[in-house]
Design a binder for this molecule. Structure first.
Ligand code: FMN
Length: 240
């Protein structure tokens, strides 16, 4: 493995941070790396909002399900899909298509991962915050987001104050399909369930042993964020 691949494979989310700032030079490099990600049709359909103000950070903690690290991280960045910029430049631009939502979401994901990886290469750590979508109207108001701008995820960054174990991923043979899709055999997941249960126990979790399948049953037993479709339509997305 070369050092870049080693770094990628050593990723773990960091949720406890030292009280040490990220230098302006480091942050600039992280954002340059983020912007260097590929962009679908080169639309560059993403804006990043850096939230420094601690009063706002504490409001974001509340809006993100009381995740304290949104405030304790040295930096908090909100990655937003942004077609407002395009509409400002080209007032006749046609917007509102599901495909544009996909384009923006993919661009943002690529940028976010580049940002986190760049940070990790500097000895920093971080965690994405999908809970930024728990109350998207509240976040939109707090960050003064115009129409055609939607917050997709946050990113906490800072110097790690913890060293969590690596979280085991699915075995590659269950993810990689040769030539054509191969329907999964549920029996093949038993060993992975056991591995993940072992990982959770190692994290000090008590209670019933949880594997990946148990997690899926819980998470997929109900619709997540049922307000999202209407919110997106109000922001000018997912109309057609
Ligand atoms: C888009 C996205 C949103 C996430 N949202 C949260 C979040 O709100 N809170 C959190 O603690 N972790 C969040 N995570 C982190 C995942 O829980 C974590 O990546 C996953 O459990 C794998 O663990 P690892 O990153 O340590 O390998 C998010 C990850 C992604 C990619």
């Amino acid at each position: 493995m070369n050092t870049v691949v080693e770094l990628m494979c050593a990723h773990r989310s960091i949720r406890q941070f030292a009280q040490q700032p990220i230098s302006p030079g480091q942050l600039e490099q992280i954002l340059l790396a983020a912007q260097s990600a590929s962009s679908s049709s080169f639309l560059q359909a993403v804006s990043v909002i850096r939230v420094k103000d601690m009063a706002k950070r504490h409001q974001l903690v509340r809006l993100c399900g009381e995740q304290a690290y949104v405030a304790s991280a040295a930096e908090f960045l909100v990655f937003c899909i942004d077609f407002h910029r395009h509409r400002s430049l080209v007032p006749t631009a046609k917007t509102g298509y599901i495909e544009q939502l996909l384009i923006g979401a993919i661009d943002a994901g690529l940028m976010g991962q580049n940002a986190l990886l760049a940070a990790e290469s500097m000895g920093l750590g971080g965690v994405f915050i999908g809970a930024i979508r728990n109350d998207p109207e509240g976040v939109s108001q707090l960050l003064d987001l115009p129409e055609l701008v939607v917050p997709l995820f946050g990113l906490c960054l800072g110097y790690p104050a913890q060293s969590p174990d690596l979280k085991p991923r699915l075995p590659l043979q269950l993810v990689l399909h040769e030539e054509q899709y191969q329907a999964p055999d549920p029996c093949q997941f038993a060993a992975y369930d056991a591995l993940l249960a072992h990982y959770y126990r190692g994290r000090g979790e008590t209670g019933p042993v949880r594997g990946w399948t148990d997690q899926l049953e819980k998470i997929l037993s109900k619709e997540a964020r049922p307000f999202m479709f209407d919110y997106l339509k109000r922001r000018g997305f997912a109309l057609k």
